[in-house]
Design a protein around this ligand. Structure first.
Ligand SMILES: [Zn+2]
Length: 412
């Protein structure tokens, strides 16, 4: 079987998809259920129909395009990614996995391959958290990691509920029906740009993902006592920003103390009130992101941060309130799929590197209901979520080729 990727066709389709955007090129903005998102969805669905795939959609707007295998009773193999894009993003994040997935299916068809298991392309709704404040909305619902009750609870910035927005976009089915049971898919593989610099730096053509890190995010509010910067003596102060400063360093120390390269922690938001040069800060809000591929180790760092907050506030006479915004469990890729992707690289004479995904993807949630794997391709300087995001035509075609080989192995 010789699989050939139609590189020109794939690149043209990526370019057309990038044109459905609220901002001029090379930037892409495509917020879920916006007019541009709906136009992009129509375009991709049309391509799937032209490729003779059977298209269905669920109430969340997740879209499934199926190539029926010879054994209709066997669980299907799935691939896919997302087409929504954060404001002022690039054109490859997510889209390479969707259109690359489609081209790998078409390439398998052209080669004369007959899958035993059906092969399904999935376009997940709202991988980006831009509109509803939560990432991977579609895959979370699909995997049962998010309750259907969010339909009425989640709101966008204009105050519209998810229920309202999705119905307006034409997705009226009940969210309860979105969930897919474990075992429905025999495997899931996502093709994605690396969004980091490692493959380019090490001159590897393909990244074979072994684990997906997941963030825990915390919001901490520290309350001290404000006052005049001249009048309040140092010995009488309960400065909220000084307490926060100690906590920021404690977050860094807690992550470093694990000694593991995969533990990372960041305080990305620090808002001080009243934020005036001649006023002692009375209140500070911090937002902290802790990630790891080892769930227990990440929970340990989280506990250390909680301890540090208590100790610092006790010592400084400040108070604090800590809220865990989310703490998703990290995902492990299935060894059988890691092996299948590695073998596909070897067969295609492409160099590969086993690596961890430090960003999370729809694959993280798919790994809860199906054995999952991810294929990374290099992107220039590791840049992503920016208009200058770039993956070379060869890298994209290599990724699609490896995906096609892998799908063939898993669907045979
Ligand atoms: Zn993505």
């Amino acid at each position: 079987m010789s699989i050939s990727i139609d590189q020109n066709l794939l690149l043209n389709e990526l370019e057309t998809l990038a044109s459905f955007s609220e901002v001029p090129p090379p930037a892409v903005t495509r917020i879920v259920f916006s007019e541009q998102d709906l136009r992009a969805r129509r375009y991709v669905k049309e391509l799937c129909t032209i490729a003779s795939l059977a298209v269905r959609e669920d109430g969340a707007g997740n879209t499934f395009a199926r190539w029926t295998g010879t054994s209709e009773t066997s669980a299907a193999v799935a691939t896919g990614s997302h087409i929504d894009a954060i404001p002022n993003a690039g054109r490859y994040d997510g889209t390479v996995g969707v259109l690359g997935g489609l081209e790998s299916i078409r390439a398998l068809r052209r080669s004369g391959f007959q899958p035993r298991r059906s092969i399904e392309l999935i376009i997940f709704t709202s991988e980006e958290p831009t509109r509803f404040g939560i990432g991977c909305l579609g895959s979370r619902l699909l995997a049962g990691s998010l309750d259907a009750a969010v339909d009425k609870n989640l709101r966008d910035q204009s105050g519209k509920t998810l229920n309202h927005v999705r119905r307006e976009a034409g997705f009226g089915a009940d969210l309860v029906q979105v969930r897919i049971p474990a075992g429905h898919y025999s495997s899931f593989v996502e093709l994605h740009i690396e969004q980091g610099p490692i493959l380019e730096r090490e001159r590897a053509s393909i990244g074979v993902v072994t684990a997906i890190a997941a963030p825990a995010s915390l919001r901490i509010t520290i309350e001290g006592e404000g006052g005049h910067a001249g009048a309040v003596l140092m010995r009488d102060r309960r400065d909220a920003l000084c307490a926060a400063a100690e906590l920021v360093l404690a977050v860094e120390a807690a992550a470093k103390a694990t000694g593991a390269i995969d533990t990372v922690a960041t305080t990305g938001v620090c808002n001080a009130f009243p934020s005036a040069v001649n006023s002692v800060p009375s209140r500070v809000q911090l937002e902290i992101d802790i990630r790891d591929i080892d769930g227990d180790r990440r929970q340990h760092v989280l506990a250390e941060v909680e301890q540090a907050a208590k100790a610092i506030c006790r010592r400084r006479g400040t108070r604090h309130e800590l809220r865990i915004v989310n703490a998703d469990a990290p995902g492990t890729c299935d060894p059988r799929i890691v092996e299948a992707i590695s073998k596909a690289c070897t067969d295609l004479k492409l160099s590969y590197k086993r690596m961890v995904s430090r960003a999370y993807h729809d694959s993280l949630f798919m790994s809860r209901i199906a054995p999952t794997g991810m294929i990374f391709i290099p992107c220039r300087a590791g840049v992503s979520h920016r208009p200058d995001e770039y993956a070379s035509p060869d890298a994209i075609a290599d990724g699609a080729r490896v995906l096609a080989e892998t799908l063939a192995k898993l669907a045979s």
